[in-house]
Design a protein around this ligand. Structure first.
Ligand SMILES: Cc1ncc(COP(=O)(O)O)c(C=O)c1O
Length: 453
């Protein structure tokens, strides 16, 4: 494109005015925004975002441009309302624009949004202390970034620094993020294969939930003299479709990692802070990992923030001899920390993990009934708390269900595995009435999908 500063000035000014305006755009403006958004995505962001068969595309409605949200409801720019049963892929445990988080962040914004980087900024310390009081075991130190993948990158580095070893044991179908280190640990060929060699140390993939496979791999590594830094798993696999491991899995891998002197990392980026019905996913099995990562809802759905938490002993190489061993300039800034402090407060005050457990049991039971009622459509229902997977007979059916729900004003989405599994992951503040609306519209969708088979 030809550089045109005047055009960029005018365009940014027009959008700054729109951002600052409190009222909804008029219908004419809304249609202009829709066309402009479609064009901007197609021409400058990612054309295939529009063409890929997401539920909104399948529903024949590319025009669903989101504009505002509150609680479990959000509106598109035309003012149409949707119930959010996707929860921003686990980032909206508190719902859209939680007032306590928004007010806290606004107040910090008015004072100082970012730290100097040179002085001691109070909020970073406050958040680290808060995390030390709510994480399992004696985790004491935290390091902050913006995304889940960055937290996992840090966990990988900490494990290597502490153990002086390089190998990792991870799961097939695991998801830990898409930057190079985390990507090396994920278990899906589509995202790894096009990039060729990834992390240089050995990475061994084992089936998720298979404790014997982990024990065997640890034993082989010891026999052949390959040093394993850590075993890294999600407590409940999220992107693989809300896959819950057998109850003996986490206790057995905890025992095995201790036996072989290997660290255990729990990626709680999606499961952490209540999503599965306990504050931490590993709490289901009373397991204390050595390193824990958290992101997504840590920012209360308002700011991006992630953390890696661990014990003083394991964190030592991050502090000595060089405290700048692992840093980021913008991650863990004051606005992000203020959001996380408020988000933890709301989570504890509302005991959101208990809500997730109760609401999850209600929803899973009803979904299971539907899956039995529609055997030609459903494979099974999986999940824990409000991290639920609806597994269908094939991806085409999954698309149809997601699209049918979207046409009926409900947002869900596929998993990283495919649209064969649709995730049901609403904000934890979802009401029973809203869950009943989902169930009603889902049944209506299933009737129409089964007619089309
Ligand atoms: C378990 C898990 N780890 C890591 C990530 C990556 O987080 P982010 O997308 O913030 O980089 C995700 C994202 O879905 C996740 O579910």
């Amino acid at each position: 494109m030809v550089m045109d500063y005047e055009e960029a000035l005018d365009y940014s000014a027009r959008w700054m005015a729109l951002i600052r305006r409190e009222e909804f755009p008029s219908q004419a403006e809304a249609h202009q925004i829709i066309n402009e958004s479609k064009e901007n995505f197609a021409e400058h962001y990612n054309r295939n975002w529009l063409e890929y068969r997401k539920s909104i595309t399948e529903a024949g409605d590319w025009a669903a441009v989101e504009w505002a949200g509150s609680g479990v409801l959000f509106k598109d720019v035309l003012g149409r309302e949707y119930l959010d049963f996707l929860g921003g892929y686990g980032m909206l445990d508190l719902g859209w624009s939680h007032p306590v988080v928004v007010e806290t962040v606004k107040a910090q914004l008015n004072r100082s949004p970012m730290p100097s980087q040179e002085l001691i900024d109070p909020l970073r310390g406050v958040l680290a202390k808060l995390l030390s009081t709510i994480t399992p075991g004696n985790m004491k130190y935290s390091w902050f970034a913006a995304s889940g993948t960055e937290a996992n990158e840090a966990a990988i580095k900490i494990a290597k620094l502490y153990t002086g070893k390089a190998a990792f044991i991870v799961a097939v179908k695991a998801f830990h993020g898409k930057t190079m280190g985390s990507l090396s640990m994920i278990g899906k060929a589509d995202y790894r294969a096009p990039l060729g060699p990834l992390y240089a140390g050995p990475v061994y993939h084992v089936p998720f939930g298979d404790a014997e496979a982990v024990e065997r791999q640890l034993d082989i590594c010891e026999k052949v003299g390959i040093g394993v830094a850590a075993v890294l798993f999600e407590p409940v696999q999220g992107e693989a479709g809300a896959i819950v491991p057998p109850d003996d899995f986490w206790p057995r891998i905890r025992a095995a990692t201790k036996k072989y002197g290997v660290l255990l990392i729990a990626d709680e980026v999606q499961t952490g802070l209540g999503r599965t019905g306990k504050l931490w996913g590993v709490d289901h099995w009373d397991v204390v990992p050595d390193i824990l990562t958290v992101a997504k809802s840590l920012g209360g759905g308002v700011m991006p923030i992630s953390a890696v938490c661990t014990t003083e002993e394991i964190y030592h190489p991050m502090m000595y001899p060089n405290p700048f061993m692992h840093t980021t300039t913008t991650g863990g800034g004051a606005l992000a920390c203020s959001a996380a402090i408020a988000s933890i407060h709301v989570t504890l005050q509302e005991r959101l993990w208990e809500q997730a457990a109760e609401k999850g049991s209600y929803l899973i039971e009803k979904l299971e009934k539907l899956s039995i009622q529609y055997p030609q459509i459903y494979e099974k229902i999986t999940g824990k708390g409000l991290l639920i997977g609806m597994h269908f007979k094939g991806p085409e059916i999954g698309y149809k269900v997601a699209a049918g729900l979207f046409q009926r004003g409900i947002l869900v989405a596929g998993t990283l595995t495919s649209a064969q599994t649709i995730r049901v992951e609403p904000p934890l503040i979802v009401s029973y009435e809203q869950m009943d609306i989902l169930l009603e519209r889902l049944e209506d969708t299933l009737k129409s999908v089964s007619r089309s088979l």
